[in-house]
Write a protein that binds this ligand. Structure first.
Ligand code: FMN
Length: 345
């Protein structure tokens, strides 16, 4: 077992990465049911939260069935971080995670996200403001450093630990790399092997197969792994990684029936959480991710994006299952999309 403050986790936990516009309650639920041990919300702006922006408030929603779940916060000044931490505390998640890794220009220029990698003093003050303001365990997610010349994660990790954080997730890229190149886990291993570090260190970046997860576990010695892009449309990555780590064997890929089931569950979750109009609209972006690999994707997509009600969507999913239940989608490494600066994240 592993513990983060009062939160009990299995040995070598698998974490679902916080992802803007992706990790909402319905998506988190399907990841939890397929093996994710600790979930995170999308990041929430401290300023938006204290000024009551509805979209920021909605991101605070968590379902009892998802626990343990962390709410992720970003901001660039102590006052708003402290006030926002109090608001988050009152909503009772299991932990509060601070984002010091987001590379987006608009956020970095406000001194938030990965911006603080250039100003470690500010990073520490923001962290201390949150630790002081909440009873929740505070964790941090960050990158290796600002750029190739300033990879300061070893110093940053020690100072964050001293500021009172209870776990640290490191994405093995610098801010300037955005999503380019390959994540470098060797510095993450250095942080983990630092004898002064006693909090759990989670590795993040480019895990898209069970084999790679096991290899990185063994090679870099981290306490657990956080998975982001590979889980989008493929929440089974968690159970596959878990099974491979426990047994050395590979699970067969999900059947079409399992894919349709998870798609249906995501649909129902969205309808319940967002309402019948917004729920059905948002689901349009999800169907084909779960059904990737089925024949005639263009026809399927146009059939699905026209749906206007939950009943019609359920009927369409039933019909897809009927047509393709015997079809075997071959196992293949999950493609990791390279997000660029002008994308959301
Ligand atoms: C669409 C998208 C949205 C993201 N949003 C966030 C976020 O809100 N907070 C955060 O800390 N990281 C965010 N990230 C970064 C991921 O949490 C993760 O660090 C990154 O994708 C690398 O992990 P991966 O290779 O497993 O995807 C986002 C990434 C993507 C692709």
């Amino acid at each position: 077992m592993m513990q983060i403050d009062q939160i009990q986790l299995p040995d070598f936990p698998l974490l679902l990465a916080p992802m803007e516009d992706v990790t909402d309650p319905p998506f988190r639920t399907v990841c939890r049911e397929n093996g994710a041990d600790l979930l995170f919300t999308e990041f929430i702006s401290s300023q938006a939260l204290i000024h009551k922006a509805i979209s920021a408030r909605q991101k605070l929603d968590i379902l009892e069935s998802e626990r343990p779940v962390g709410i992720q916060l970003f901001g660039g000044d102590e006052e708003s971080m402290s006030l926002a931490a109090k608001i988050i505390d009152a909503t009772s998640p299991d932990l509060l995670d601070i984002n010091f890794g987001c590379p987006v220009k608009g956020i970095v220029s406000r001194g938030a996200g990965a911006g603080v990698l250039k100003d470690v003093q500010l990073m520490i003050r923001l962290t201390e403001a949150c630790v002081k303001a909440t009873r929740l365990p505070v964790t941090v997610k960050t990158r290796l450093g600002w750029d190739e010349q300033t990879k300061n994660i070893e110093e940053v990790a020690e100072r964050l630990q001293d500021a009172g954080i209870k776990a640290l997730t490191i994405h093995g890229r610098t801010r300037s790399q955005l999503y380019k190149g390959e994540a470098d886990w060797s510095l993450i291993a250095k942080v983990k092997n630092n004898p002064r570090i006693h909090i759990p260190i989670f590795g993040n970046g480019d895990i898209n197969t069970p084999q790679k997860a096991l290899e990185y576990k063994n090679r870099y010695g981290v306490d657990g792994i956080m998975i982001g892009r590979a889980a989008i449309g493929y929440p089974w990555i968690f159970r596959e990684v878990k099974h491979h780590i426990q047994t050395g064997e590979l699970l067969p890929p999900p059947t079409v029936a399992e894919r349709v089931d998870v798609c249906r569950e995501h649909l129902r979750g969205l309808l319940a959480w967002k309402g019948p109009v917004n729920g059905i609209y948002e689901m349009r972006g999800h169907y084909m991710k779960y059904l990737k690999g089925l024949p005639n994707p263009k026809e399927l997509r146009s059939e699905l994006v026209q749906l206007r009600t939950g009943e019609a969507a359920e009927a369409a999913l039933n019909s897809i299952l009927e047509r393709y239940h015997d079809y075997e989608i071959p196992a293949a490494p999950i493609e990791l999309i390279n997000y660029h600066e002008n994308c959301a994240l």
